[in-house]
Write a protein that binds this ligand. Structure first.
Ligand code: ZN
Length: 299
């Protein structure tokens, strides 16, 4: 198999995971988890978002969390949807933000109440303000593979978003299978095409395990040469606007897989298991993590 020697994981449980949870996590608990994740070896973490606090009450304290974390060696990126998000990031010392638009028109309308085109028109001022404030910018494309409303998304629609990002100087792009509808050969094809067409871009993949294909999709993306993936502790996550949405691929499951295959992540498996168990207790419901259920089985 064509496996990389090393991959980088971004823990998105504090954002993608918690935004879907009813139990509100106090800022202190998020701070504890952020620090534990850094201790475990994560160099990239998505600790929150700067979206409307009314729309996502769980993440209303992202500003406060950044203030409390202070300077850190890890890259702490936050999801934003508009200029207000960049302004909040600048005010609390956040150094990296991620713009987001869906390749699915219906999803973007449901999620952000705008067409993808309207969302993208708002990106230029975000990029200007971010640059002036010394904030690094990345971009995410939700549902580049398929959506429950439009079935397969035409590749041209994805390319139009990539081109918009590049025109703004954004060269780090995440493809997010928010609907969990991607299948491995489609992932392989998309990753191969995108890397060939845009070799200057640093690609991230973000898989939801809605239909049990998250790990298979990660394998397909690695086979195509992608080495950056989002994962979520205890497999938490989902999108409130996607029917039947399920969590991201679980951090524990992915690290187990990569460790066993000899692919280095720099992240400590035991510490990640401990974080997953703690989070499961706090959310007060069973989670979708195989490893938390079965353990590693290793001596
Ligand atoms: Zn997600």
């Amino acid at each position: 198999m064509n496996l990389p020697t090393q991959v980088t994981l971004c823990e998105v449980g504090l954002r993608d995971g918690l935004q879907n949870e009813k139990t509100l996590f106090p800022t202190q608990r998020k701070l504890f988890l952020t620090q534990k994740l850094m201790e475990a070896g994560f160099t990239v973490i998505e600790p929150g978002s700067f979206m409307s606090p009314k729309a996502v009450p769980q993440l209303a304290d992202t500003d406060e969390l950044y203030r409390q974390v202070g300077e850190s060696k890890a890259e702490l990126r936050a999801l934003i949807a508009n200029l207000k998000g960049v302004e909040r990031a600048a005010a609390c010392g956040c150094k990296k933000v991620k713009l987001n638009v869906s390749a699915s028109r219906a999803h973007n309308l449901a999620n952000l109440n705008k067409t993808p085109q309207e969302s993208m028109e708002g990106f230029a001022p975000c990029a200007q303000v971010a640059k002036a404030a010394g904030i690094a910018l990345s971009g995410s494309i939700s549902m580049p593979f398929a959506s429950p409303w439009e079935a397969e998304i035409p590749l041209e629609d994805v390319i139009a978003i990539v081109e918009t990002y590049l025109s703004l100087g954004v060269e780090e792009i995440s493809l997010s299978d928010t609907s969990g509808m991607a299948v491995p050969n489609q992932v392989y094809r998309m990753c191969t095409q995108m890397q060939q067409r845009y070799p200057q871009v640093t690609w991230w993949m973000h898989f939801h395990n809605t239909r049990g294909l998250g790990i298979a999709n990660l394998m397909a993306a690695m086979e195509a040469g992608v080495t950056r993936f989002d994962t979520s502790f205890a497999g938490l996550g989902g999108c409130p606007f996607v029917p039947g949405a399920a969590g991201n691929i679980a951090t524990e499951d992915v690290i187990y897989l990569l460790d066993r295959m000899g692919v280095s992540t720099g992240i400590d498996m035991d510490m990640v298991m401990e974080i997953g168990r703690q989070v499961t207790q706090w959310v007060e419901h069973p989670t979708e993590s195989y490893l938390l259920r079965a353990g590693t089985g290793l001596l």
